[in-house]
Design a protein around this ligand. Sequence first.
Ligand SMILES: C[S@@+](CC[C@H](N)C(=O)[O-])C[C@H]1O[C@@H](n2cnc3c(N)ncnc32)[C@H](O)[C@@H]1O
Length: 206
Amino acid sequence: MDAGRLFARLAARAVVARPALWRLFRWPLRAQFDALAPAWEELLGPEALASLEAALDCLDAPPARVLDVGTGTGKAARLVAERFPEAEVLGVDLAPAMVEEARRLLLPELADRVRFQVADASALPGPDRAFDLVVLLNMIPFFDELARVIAPGGSLVVAHVSGPSTPIWTPPETLRARLAPLGFDSFEELAAGGGTALVARRNAAE
Ligand SMILES: C[S@@+](CC[C@H](N)C(=O)[O-])C[C@H]1O[C@@H](n2cnc3c(N)ncnc32)[C@H](O)[C@@H]1O
């Protein structure tokens, strides 16, 4: 693993364990991903989205309002929009250059339903309970904010393109342990195309 990937892995582990450490990692990670943005879209192969696709197959109902956190060049946001033609999709990313690429790569036929915005996952824009589905593809989970923005009965998908070898990787047992006290009461783990995913559902009664 090269130095950049190691740094991303270290940052993810540290921030999941102690979210307050995010303030130390925010600016270097933003600079790292800004620099990676022009080449990012081509870095992932055709199998990269397999685990995310498998996770979307598990959803109880098509989502209407979707958030892709740490969207990068927007791969997951585009996939979800194509998969669910009624859905409004917002992709957010800390790195402005990633958001610029995501906007550039968006097909005109999706432009009325898919938006990209610079935002920090540790302080997401918008009101509470605003999304039926939140997607994280190779992204650090900020648990309190995920719980805040996902509506009761909504779902969270956390997918990793290379399973535990993915630089930004959160083990499923950590995801379950951190999400359960926040009102997520149903979990499903999947593997596809070398990747893994966890689908968590938020209690509808809350
Ligand atoms: C490993 S990349 C994954 C990008 C995309 N989801 C994909 O798989 O192609 C992680 C992305 O998360 C973004 N990111 C990291 N920390 C973030 C934060 N706190 N808020 C928003 N985006 C963040 C980075 O800028 C980067 O674009």
